[in-house]
Design a protein around this ligand. Structure first.
Ligand SMILES: [Ca+2]
Length: 305
C-alpha cells in the first residue's frame, strides 16, 4: 500500500521540486497540500501549490490554506527573495486553474488524522512549522493518526544558519512553533542545512535532470537555474525530505534530543541537538551523496508528464 502523506509547504522553488518528486512516486499517496506562509504569504503560496499540481496533471489533489503569520512573531518579509518574482523562479508556469479548497489547512489535517488508523499518516513539513504546532496544540486527537514527521529545518552546526548566523530560515520564521513541534513527542526526522548543503545544483547535475526530457524535468532544471542565479547558493533542501521517504538508505543517521531557542535574543531560531543513543530520540539526517540524489531525481521525473 502506498504511504499516505501530507506535505505542509510554502512554495517556493525547492518546494515545487519536492512536491513533484512525491507525485512521481508510486510508493506515495499524496493526500493533499497544507499551505503555510514562509517563502511568501500564504495566499500566493497556495496559488503556487495549485500551479505545481496543475503542471503535473494532478489538479484534483486538495490544497488547503493555513497560517499566514507565525505564532508569536510578526512576519515582516515583503517578497519572494531568491524564489523569483512569482515564487516559482519566473519560469512561466501557467496561472492556477482553481482556488484553494475551503477548509483551513489545520482543521483539514485534524479531521483527516483523527479519522485515520493510528500511526498511519506521515507529515512532511517543508516550511515554517506554524500549521503543525497549531495542529498538535489545538487538536490532541489528531496526533494518534500521525506516523512520523520528516521536517526540513534547523542548522545543527555552530554558525551554520542561513537566516542569521545561528538559525535556519524555517525555524527562524517561527521558532516558537519549531520548539512546540520538537517538544511534542511526535518522532521527527530532520533535514538540516548541513544535510542539504553538499547537495548542490551544479550545472552538470542540473543537465542530468534536464536529460529526463519531460515537461516537469525541464521545469525543474529551469527552476534550479533561476534559483542558483538569484540565491548564489545552490543546495537542494526540501526535496531531500521526500528523497528520504523513498530511499532512506541514501542517508546516514544520528539520534538526539532537539530544542529550539525561542527567547528573544541573537540566537532566536537556533536548533540545539543533544546527542543521544536513545532510539526514541529524534533523528538527524547526514548529507547524502549528491550525485546519487540528482540521478535519483532524474530517474523519478521520467514518471511525470
Ligand atoms: Ca519550503
Amino acid at each position: 500500500m502506498a504511504l499516505p502523506l501530507i506535505i505542509d509547504t510554502d512554495p517556493g522553488v525547492d518546494d515545487a521540486i519536492a512536491i513533484w518528486l512525491a507525485l512521481a512516486a508510486p510508493e506515495i499517496d499524496l493526500l493533499g497540500l497544507s499551505v503555510v506562509f514562509g517563502n511568501g504569504h500564504a495566499a500566493p503560496c497556495a496559488e503556487n501549490a495549485i500551479r505545481i499540481l496543475d503542471a503535473a496533471g494532478k489538479s484534483h489533489i486538495p490544497v488547503h490554506v493555513g497560517a499566514d503569520q507565525p505564532l508569536q512573531r510578526s512576519y515582516a518579509r515583503a517578497g519572494w527573495g531568491v524564489h523569483g518574482a512569482d515564487g516559482l523562479g519566473g519560469i512561466g508556469l501557467p496561472t492556477a486553474s482553481r482556488k484553494p479548497d475551503g477548509t483551513n489547512a489545520v482543521a483539514w489535517m485534524a479531521k483527516l488524522l483523527s479519522k485515520a488508523a493510528p500511526h498511519s499518516i506521515t507529515l512532511a513539513p517543508i516550511g515554517p512549522l506554524t500549521n503543525i504546532a497549531r495542529l498538535l496544540q489545538d487538536h490532541p486527537t489528531a496526533r494518534r493518526g500521525i506516523k512520523e514527521m520528516i521536517v526540513m529545518g534547523g542548522a545543527a552546526a555552530e554558525n551554520g544558519g542561513n537566516a542569521t548566523p545561528h538559525a535556519e530560515y524555517n525555524f527562524w520564521l517561527d521558532p516558537h512553533a519549531a520548539e512546540i513541534v520538537c517538544a511534542s513527542g511526535v518522532p521527527i526526522t530532520l533535514v538540516t542545512i548541513e544535510t542539504a548543503r553538499p547537495v548542490s545544483a551544479t550545472p552538470a547535475r542540473i543537465a542530468r535532470i534536464e536529460a529526463a526530457n519531460t515537461t516537469i524535468a525541464r521545469a525543474v532544471a529551469d527552476l534550479l537555474r533561476a534559483y542558483v542565479h538569484e540565491s548564489k547558493a545552490d543546495a537542494l533542501f526540501d526535496p531531500l525530505v521526500i528523497a528520504y521517504l523513498l530511499q532512506p538508505g541514501f542517508f546516514k543517521k544520528r539520534h538526539g534530543h532537539f530544542r529550539v531557542v525561542a527567547g528573544n535574543n541573537a540566537e532566536l531560531g537556533r536548533l540545539i541537538v543533544a546527542p543521544s543513543s536513545d532510539p526514541t530520540a529524534h533523528t538527524l539526517l547526514q548529507a547524502p551523496d549528491p550525485d546519487v540524489i540528482f540521478d535519483f531525481l532524474s530517474d523519478r521525473y521520467r514518471n511525470l508528464p
